[in-house]
Design a protein. Structure first.
Length: 242
């Protein structure tokens, strides 16, 4: 059982699907307020309609540094302060490295790594001013161990993990924590069902993970029980890395 000091306001990127959506729904279900960011206004509006005033939708492409700065000012004007940021936005493009298109390379690195940096940078002044804050970044086991046809994705995720450790060290004395969650294969929209089934057979637990299993960890990290945790990389992979 986790304990916390009341309802919190959490910014979640990539909120309309997969892990981001599961995180938002988990936190809302526990009484927290979520500011959800995504590129699709239609998907954001649909999600917000399911959660009344508990989810504030804002359109933002995290690859756009200028828009990130604008949206942080918008959300602060709406909610006043922010307790935590969950950098979840990402995408995966399978390709042999020698065939990797420039557009696919940039899309992955800009969304996963630069988007994480842009969002964190924009919210750090708020966290510093209030002398508290939590940054949860979604890494991947692919950022820790090489995977075929995932060089750009893995490199970007590895960068996220190192960035998280840097933030944790740099701002620990200001009560700002940073944690990386490194999922294995989670049932999201990144791959088709046939590939999920094939991968699941190779997992020691004989299944792939569910978004809610990552969302539960985010909830714990937001609680007072995790107050002494920072700089950690937490693997959620069903035993693949053993």
């Amino acid at each position: 059982m986790t304990t916390d000091s009341g309802a919190k306001t959490v910014v979640v990127t990539g909120v309309t699907s997969g892990i981001g959506k599961a995180v938002a729904e988990r936190l809302i279900g526990k009484g927290h307020r979520v500011v959800g960011l995504a590129r699709s206004k239609d998907k954001l509006d649909a999600l917000a309609s399911e959660h009344a005033d508990k989810l504030i939708p804002l359109v933002c492409d995290v690859r756009d540094a200028a828009r990130v700065k604008e949206v942080v000012q918008e959300l602060l004007a709406k909610v006043g302060t922010v307790d935590a940021l969950v950098n979840n936005a990402g995408l995966l493009k399978f390709s042999a490295t020698h065939d990797l298109a420039d557009a696919d390379l940039l899309a992955q690195v800009e969304t996963i790594l630069l988007g994480t940096i842009y969002m964190t940078r924009a919210l750090l002044p708020t966290f510093i001013a209030q002398q508290r804050g939590l940054v949860v970044n979604l890494g991947s086991v692919s950022g820790q161990k090489a995977s075929p046809k995932m060089a750009a994705y893995g490199a970007a995720k590895a960068g996220v993990e190192n960035f998280t450790k840097s933030i944790a060290l740099e701002y620990a004395d200001k009560n700002i924590r940073a944690i990386t969650i490194c999922p294995g294969t989670i049932e999201t929209g990144l791959m088709d069902k046939m590939m999920f089934a094939m991968i699941g057979k190779k997992v020691p637990m004989k299944r792939i993970g569910q978004p809610k299993e990552v969302a539960g960890l985010v909830e714990f990290l937001l609680s007072d029980d995790a107050a002494y945790m920072t700089g950690s990389s937490i693997v959620v992979d069903g035993g693949v890395g053993l």
